[in-house]
Ligand binder design. Structure first.
Ligand code: G6P
Length: 613
């Protein structure tokens, strides 16, 4: 949520900053801005809307020579929290003197009190943002040492921040700090690039330093000095990113979402590789680093997450109960700590997050740790806050996910959850024979997904029949119920069609009142114990004139007969089938949105990583 880039070094700062912002635009894209040091002045350019608007604005406002000179600067792309996404609310914000500029991710919770106090001292604010308050506070604290001023200001702040600050009084340096909102420093050869995530850095260097909470760094083109907020030096290792710059390119696809849908067979192969034991019919997950005995003593699995990750957790719930015979439940991460959950040291809490930065999921992790649970994470972004906070976990290895609508992260999350449940199950009631059968099925997931992707053109044709609808219902039962929820989420977020996911049995308890002749109902009715019941619910919808699109198993002629349209997926274990089924719905949603002319990778009002509660 929101993106930060800062640059010092041998290249032209405005150009580097704008291309860095473009790589971060998936995190927030309602307005953008940049500030650069030009002699003894701070020059600022801002625009509402996309980074392209900012780029155009800067090239009109600033002289062409500025785009040739080497320099220092900071930039930001915003997802509005305090105040609408106008130019005046866009970052960077200046202090009272106009000599200090700040970009900020996160929320300053006590900004009203700080603002009132500063107004009492003669400060005047032009925006509605909490960030402008912090920039004035830093200016107010500056007695000739910018680093100390930032430390002093941050001591007064409640809330979360990832920041980058420049001052025309101290050129050639950026002060950057974090609490609850990530900052990565790329250490190049005679240049440094600071960002809120590595995708803005990868084009410059592979060598990075991840700041920890309450770290504050003074960065120059040749040095990084990291301290805590009490000015005590701390040591942070340089890590290798191991990412290819091309991951942030569309690679010939029209949208990142389609690219990432097509990446799923490889992403899934990476998530599964080396983690299945095809001799013992189990899985090998180093991150579940407890003895088999400790695992056997766990009494409950509690999964927490938000959005698509929450839906993956719901599939996991079925898997843990079915395979491991262990009580499993899913809790919405934002609720977890406020409901005072009953959690103890025999509970196994799994935090699921693509980004590893979601504020609510992080807060749930801290609450579970506090209560003594065995906590681990299932995260995609290596080195992210949740991964580091839990210290124990399983990475998805799905590769960077840029499209705001999550695709490959979901399917990799589900496949890892299946492997976790298999491992737990083999320590409990699941036999070797059953384990082997499932392990082989998990191993075949990339191929199953390949076969669904091969139906892309057919699904695109089917999608044409749903382009003009304004409402749609998704239904499913058992593990296909969360698939229906995820299908509805995909369709609504990228096509803006009002889509609701329901348990198939629940439709008749209210939502069926909304069915009219022609209303689309997307029924996930693949082979499994719940299929016939789902088909019964399909009949109830048909009787009210609904138009049915079925996600069904290949060769299931009974199911074909009750559908107006159908997409068939390969036959698989009902838990494994959730993955190809969701891929069919991803492709369907994508084509509906494309045909409706929507901005698929950057849907309105959304952000990729939600670092505010
Ligand atoms: C945002 C994204 C969703 C994502 C959710 C949770 O809302 O738009 O795609 O599922 O956050 O994110 P996480 O990174 O924790 O999985």
């Amino acid at each position: 949520m929101c993106g930060i880039v800062g640059y010092l070094g041998k290249a032209n700062a405005p150009s580097v900053l704008i291309s860095g912002l473009k790589r971060l635009e998936y995190r927030g894209y309602d307005s953008a801005g940049l500030a650069i040091l030009d002699g003894d002045k701070v020059l600022v350019s801002k625009a509402s809307g996309k980074v392209a608007n900012l780029s155009e604005r800067a090239s009109i406002n600033w002289p062409p020579e500025l785009f040739k000179r080497v320099g220092t600067g900071i930039a930001h792309t915003r997802w509005a929290t305090h105040g609408p996404p106008t130019e005046v609310n866009a970052h960077p914000h200046l202090d009272k003197t106009g000599e200090i500029a700040l970009v900020h991710n996160g929320i300053i919770e006590n900004y009203r009190a700080l603002r009132a106090r500063l107004e009492g001292k003669g400060h005047h604010f032009v925006s509605e943002t909490d960030t402008e308050v912090l920039s004035h506070l830093i200016g107010d604290c500056d007695k000739g040492d910018l680093f100390q001023a930032v430390c002093d200001a941050l001591h007064q702040v409640e809330g979360t921040f990832g920041i980058a600050v420049i001052s025309s009084r101290e050129p050639g340096k950026i002060i950057t700090a974090r609490r609850g909102s990530p900052i990565v420093i790329g250490v190049g050869d005679g240049e440094a690039i600071i960002a809120s995530d590595a995708s803005a850095i990868v084009a410059h260097t592979q060598r990075v330093i991840y700041l920890d909470d309450d770290d504050i760094a003074t960065v120059t083109a040749d040095s990084v000095d990291i301290r805590d907020l009490n000015n005590v030096p701390v040591t942070r290792e340089i890590a290798e990113l191991g990412l290819d710059a091309s991951v942030a390119e569309k690679g010939g696809y029209e949208h990142f979402m389609m690219k990432e849908i097509h990446e799923q067979p490889d992403a899934l192969a990476n998530a599964i590789r080396g983690r299945l034991d095809l001799q013992l019919g189990s899985s090998v997950l180093a991150g579940m680093s407890a003895s088999q005995r400790e695992l056997a003593e766990l009494s409950r699995v509690v999964m927490v997450g938000c959005g698509t990750s929450l839906h993956a957790a719901m599939v996991g719930e079925y898997a843990f109960e079915d395979l491991a015979d262990i009580h499993a439940e899913v809790q919405q991460a934002a609720e977890f700590r406020y409901r005072n959950p009953i959690i103890g040291n025999r509970d196994f809490v799994v935090a699921i997050s693509q980004s590893g930065e979601t504020a609510d999921t992080l807060a749930a992790v801290k609450e579970a740790q506090q209560k003594g649970a065995f906590v681990m994470s299932l995260v995609n972004v290596v080195g992210s806050t949740i991964a580091r906070e839990t210290g124990r976990g399983v990475y998805l290895h799905a590769g960077p996910e840029i499209s705001v609508a999550s695709t490959k992260a979901f399917t990799c999350q589900v496949s890892v959850l299946l492997m976790m449940a298999l491992k737990l199950g083999r320590g409990r009631r699941y036999s070797r024979e059953e384990g082997l059968k499932l392990a082989r099925e998990i191993d075949s997931i990339p191929e199953l997904v390949n076969r669904v992707i091969a139906k892309n053109d057919l699904i695109a044709e089917i999608a044409e029949n749903y382009v003009k609808d304004e409402h749609a219902f998704f239904i499913g039962r058992g593990p296909m119920y969360p698939v229906a929820l995820e299908g509805a989420l995909k369709l609504k977020e990228i096509s803006y069609i009002h889509a609701e996911g329901y348990h198939a049995a629940e439709l008749k308890h209210g939502p069926i009142a909304l069915l009219q002749p022609g209303t689309p109902v997307i029924a996930v009715a693949c082979e499994g114990p719940a299929k016939d019941k789902t088909l019964g619910n399909v009949e109830e919808c048909r009787a009210r004139g609904a138009r049915i699109l079925g996600i069904i198993t290949e060769g299931d002629t009974n199911a074909e007969e009750v559908m107006d349209d159908f997409i068939s997926i390969p036959k698989a274990h009902p838990l494994v089938a959730t993955i190809p089924a969701v891929v069919a719905l991803q492709i369907f949603s994508y084509h509906v949105a494309r045909l409706r002319g929507c901005e698929i990778d950057q849907p309105r009002n959304l952000a990729k990583s939600v670092t505010v509660e």
